[in-house]
Each structure stands twice: as C-alpha cells, then as structure tokens.
Design a protein around this ligand. Structure first.
Ligand code: BEZ
Length: 219
C-alpha cells in the first residue's frame, strides 16, 4: 500500500515500512536502512536544541540507555538544527549536568526527514518538529507512533512500557490490556471460529470473563 500524504507531507502510519533516508548526525552520516540491523529503533524528534523541555527529554533518553539496550533497541534523535548546534548543546548539557547524549542526533536542517516522517506539523510549528516517537521493529516496520505538541514533554516510563509491550506481544502472540506492565497478565486473542470459541470456553487454565475476554500469566 502507498504511503499516506497530508498537505504534501508524507505521514507514515502504523504498519508501514519505515521510510529510508540518509542524514548527517552527531555520529557522522547515517543511512537508515543500515542503522540498527536486527534491532528495534526508537526514532524521536524534538523541537529545538538549547530549549528546556527538550533538554529534559533528551536527558531521559540518555539516562535510560541501559533499559533501551536490554530491549535490543537503538535510539535515534532528530531536530531541525545544524550539527554544530547539536554538538554545542550536547557538550553544554554534559558540562552543566553530567548527562551525555550518547545516541546519534540527526541534523535535519533541510527538514527532509521531518517531512518524510510527518514530524513537521505546520499548524503547530512551521519551523520546528513536534515531539514524535516512532517505534520501528527489526524488519523496519513502524509499530507504534506518538505525537506530542511543543509544550508537553513525553513520558519515558510510557516509552519504555510500550516498547516492552510490543516485544512481549510479538514473542507470545498475545495482547496487552489497559495499563499493562511487565509481569502482569496478558490478553489471549479472542477466538475466530465456533470451534475455537468452544475450545476457549472449555479451557480451565485461563482467567476468563467470557470466551472473548481471557487473560493468562506468562511463564
Ligand atoms: C522546550 O523544549 O522547552 C520548547 C521547545 C520549543 C517550543 C516550546 C518549548
């Protein structure tokens, strides 16, 4: 299926292949299709370097490095700033707070990647990317998208929660209920035929409300 376009800008959707691009980053030139091979990728944009909310968010992505690594996930930042601005900001935050943005940050000064990923939402800002997060699986398919406006920072616990939820869902072929957290019961997908329904009704191992709402603990 073709990629979606709104107002002349590409607007990738859940289930789409993540668009490929080449970009300059704080760690050199990057071709997206070669980045994070066999890994999950969290691609996130921030409106501008040297701004307060963005500094707290980027620091969050840096401080939770070990948790992203445990989830086999590469972090990749982006803003419509030059690489010189990125370097100055990374160094300034390290000097002032001791936090080092160790992941690559795309310098999207021509807005090419922002437009490709629907991060530039002109009714919010014509010059700054909104706060987007794309969760991309090892097959480079977009699995979940978050968009936040310029004035509200994201929630790092939620970012890590949904990343884990996607991975557990894939591994065990289950779904996650409201507010699911690692270790809690998961939803067994509902039956699609009468035979499956009858089997589900007879299954004593599940915690059931009825055949269509059944949970189980993961071993
Ligand atoms: C901030 O990160 O604080 C910010 C950036 C752009 C617009 C508004 C706030």
């Amino acid at each position: 299926m073709e990629n979606n376009t709104i107002g002349g800008y590409s607007m990738p959707r859940i289930g789409d292949s993540a668009p490929d691009f080449e970009a300059i980053t704080t760690q050199g030139r990057l071709r997206f299709s070669d980045f994070g091979k066999n890994k999950w990728i969290v691609l996130f944009s921030h409106p501008a370097d040297f701004t307060p909310v963005c500094t707290t968010e980027m620091s969050g992505f840096a401080k939770r490095k070990n948790e992203f690594e445990e989830l086999n996930t590469e972090r990749l930042g982006l803003s419509i700033d030059s690489v010189h601005a990125h370097l100055g900001w990374v160094n300034n935050v390290r000097e002032k707070t001791g936090v080092y943005f160790d992941f690559p940050i795309i310098a999207d000064i021509d807005m090419k990647v922002s437009k490709l990923y629907g991060m530039l939402q002109p009714n919010e800002s014509e010059t700054a990317a909104v706060r987007a997060v794309f969760f991309i699986d090892p097959k480079k398919k977009i699995r979940l998208i978050m968009y936040y406006p310029l004035n509200v920072g994201r929630n790092m616990n939620e970012i890590l929660r949904v990343l884990k939820a996607l991975q557990v869902s894939d591994k065990h072929k289950v779904a996650m209920p409201l507010d699911w957290k690692p270790g809690e019961n998961v939803i067994v997908p509902p039956p699609k035929t009468l035979d499956e329904m009858n089997e589900r009704l007879a299954d004593e191992t599940l915690e059931k409300v009825d055949f269509y709402l059944a949970e189980k603990a993961l071993a």
